[in-house]
Design a protein around this ligand. Structure first.
Ligand SMILES: *[C@@H]1O[C@H](CO)[C@@H](O)[C@H](O)[C@H]1NC(C)=O
Length: 647
């Protein structure tokens, strides 16, 4: 864990913005050992929606634990914020102290938390609605989420599912509020020089609804009977007594493996199966296509070069060759004088591929980090923090690539290029994020990112990313442009009309579909873990999918460009970018389908939020895959035009 410590040190130094300095630390990297009877703090996090029994998602908002309408007990001196990382705040974590008292290895039955809470009609209505939407309570004990024990019928294993329900719906659809918690904590005993120490290795909560629990004199309580549900009256006042019991169970699980039972893969067989399926399909297709392409190209190149040598030797044999059926130059060679012509809107294209290169490096490094196990789930929000910092640090790459591409296109508005590269696309992303956040904020959800965090984001961008990008651009503009192997003619060639699948829209739609197919399976898991606050940890799968996506984007775009050139259409730049970028379009369509089939929530804000965030993700995928397609085509074109002789 040395490296994480150092990474953390770097990140916290970089982000030493006064109000935020306390907000960075990595919990859960080193084990905490407790003495018997020592207090173990229980922290509360936000309430999050979960997938219901029929796999439907009913809301996308998360709510603060201490939202007054929930009526949860507060600590005597008020709840205090627990330090969190920037990424953890961005992803909605709001961790606070709580009034629950746990003492290591001391069983305690039926304790009351605070005096009665009163639910008025409005709060009752609010809370009942949250119960109907399947909201989960999230607690954290020693860095571990409090979970409910679930049973997976397919793999026949029990696993810990983080979060436990706020309440249940009874058979009549009446909401029952869980006001009693049986907390079961697994602990592991370790010997420390003859003295026993205890570590927390698992946290389970079994919530129950009990109507007849009462507070007694002197802090004691009566915990009522199970099966006698508490309903909140929506027309009047309801008094609620909150109670809990704590049971400590010794466990053989060591501290180092305590996360294992949380990270449950639903049906890993299906997961692997579909992944391998798509991998085999993709590899087969790409292999076949590239074989055909290489053969066709070899033939083309041999033919072109033969014609050339005939020309040089004598006219007779050339005419003989032509009579032989070897025609004059045809196909992609015809456009050699135009293929390196500057595309339309070179500034915009160079800015997009510059940012795409930055994204590409960022995703690559992040996935590699994750594979090395540096983004373990116990480092809350570390993934998001890492993504942010890495992409800011790669601003230099964005600037450099954008500048070089622009210079190669022969653009002369270099000042504009330098300014627009670090501002345009990050501006769109941040602007959308900011606008969506206003909706969350208006809704009173705790998921709204605080103003200080927003400011920190802007600062990271302007203090780290923009200067690096400008420096990169400066370097890029100092280099000479990348010359193509063939000279560009003065007068542009006429482009014949395209037909069939080579027309603009069909060709773009067709190109994006294969890379999308490569990430389709994983996308579902990422989406659900994003919306339901589940831990995403299948980085092995993610790595494979990412690799497949790169290969397919590159291969299909190269194929598209080859066909375009054969049809004497040399305007490949935008077509390659849009074609591969269409993967993002499919990601958006997929999100809409998920919405139509799996999401059921009314309300405009929920819809705006869902569509908005999906569009944002799709946009990022668009820039990323578009750039992959563009650079693959660029390399391809340099290669093929470099291997023919042109007089
Ligand atoms: C606490 O309760 C659990 C569960 O009922 C039991 O297994 C355990 O032995 C108890 N521990 C003590 C110290 O009594």
């Amino acid at each position: 864990m040395r490296f994480t410590d150092r990474a953390f040190l770097v990140s916290s130094t970089l982000l030493a913005i006064p109000s935020l300095t306390t907000a960075f630390y990595l919990p859960g990297v080193a084990p905490t050992s407790y003495d018997e009877g020592q207090a173990v703090p229980l922290y509360v996090n936000h309430l999050t929606p979960s997938l219901s029994r029929d796999d439907q998602l009913h809301s996308v908002f998360s709510f603060d634990y201490y939202h007054p309408a929930f009526g949860f007990c507060r600590p005597a001196d008020g709840p205090k914020d627990v330090r969190e990382s920037l990424g953890s705040i961005l992803f909605g974590d709001r961790i606070r102290t709580s009034p629950f008292e746990l003492h290591m290895a001391k069983n305690e039955t039926c304790k009351s938390i605070c005096a009665e809470a009163k639910f008025d009609a409005r709060s009752a209505k609010w809370t009942n609605r949250r119960i109907a939407q399947g909201y989960n309570i999230n607690w954290i004990v020693d860095g571990l989420p409090a979970a409910q024990l679930n049973y997976d019928g397919v793999t026949k294993t029990k696993f810990y599912n983080p979060g436990f329900s706020l309440g249940e719906l009874d058979d009549n659809g009446q909401a029952l509020l869980n006001n009693h918690y049986d907390i079961v904590i697994d602990y592991h005993k370790v010997g420390f020089g003859g003295k026993d120490k205890y570590r927390v290795v698992g946290v389970l909560v079994q919530p129950e609804s009990r109507k007849d629990s009462r507070n007694l004199e002197g802090g004691a309580a009566e915990c009522g009977t199970p099966g006698n549900g508490l309903t909140l009256n929506e027309d009047g006042e309801t008094a609620v007594t909150w109670t809990y019991s704590v049971y400590w169970k010794e466990s053989p699980t060591a501290w180092a493996t305590r996360w294992d039972k949380y990270l449950h893969v639903y049906d890993p067989k299906i997961h692997w199966f579909s992944l391998i399926n798509s991998a085999v399909f993709v590899v087969f297709l790409v292999g076949m296509v590239s074989m055909i392409l290489v053969r066709a190209l070899k033939k083309d190149i041999a033919r072109y070069n033969r014609l050339d040598s005939f020309n040089l030797e004598d006219l007779d044999s050339t005419s003989a060759a032509i009579e032989d059926g070897v025609q004059e130059d045809s196909g992609w060679k015809l456009v050699h004088g135009d293929v390196f012509r500057c595309p339309k809107s070179p500034l915009l294209l160079s800015v997009m591929v510059g940012n795409g290169a930055q994204l590409f490096m960022m995703t690559g490094v992040t996935v590699a980090f994750a594979l090395l196990g540096l983004l373990s789930p116990s480092n809350r929000g570390f993934l998001a923090t890492a993504i942010l910092l890495i992409s800011a640090l790669f601003g230099g790459i964005g600037g450099y690539v954008s500048a070089r591409v622009y210079k190669t296109f022969g653009g002369d508005a270099w000042r504009r290029n330098i300014i627009i590269t670090p501002l345009f696309i990050p501006g769109i992303v941040f602007g959308t994020f900011f606008t969506l956040n206003l909706f969350v904020w208006a809704k009173g959800s705790s998921g709204a990112v605080p103003f200080g965090t927003m400011l920190a984001l802007v600062l990271i961008w302007f203090v780290i990313s923009v200067p690096l990008s400008v420096a990169g651009s400066w370097l890029g503009f100092k280099q000479s442009p990348l010359e193509g192997p063939t000279k560009t003619n003065q007068i542009p060639r006429q482009i014949p009309p395209m037909s069939g699948s080579l027309r603009t829209i069909p060709s773009i739609l067709l190109t994006g579909i294969l890379p999308f197919g490569a990430i389709f399976v994983e996308l579902y898991f990422i989406m659900t873990s994003l919306w339901t606050n589940k831990i995403y940890y299948m980085f092995g799968f993610l790595f494979l999918c990412y690799g497949l996506m790169i290969i397919t984007s590159a291969a299909t775009t190269v194929l598209l460009v080859y066909f375009l050139l054969c049809a004497e259409n040399y305007q490949w730049h935008w077509r390659a970018f849009m074609g591969a970028g269409m993967t993002g379009g499919y990601v958006f369509v997929n999100a809409l389908i998920f919405w139509a089939t799996r999401v059921s929530f009314g309300g405009l804000t929920g819809a705006v939020l869902y569509v908005g965030y999906s569009a944002l993700i799709a946009f990022v995928v668009f820039i990323l895959t578009g750039s992959i397609g563009f650079f693959a085509s660029w390399a391809f074109i340099h290669r093929i035009y470099g291997s023919i002789k042109v007089d």
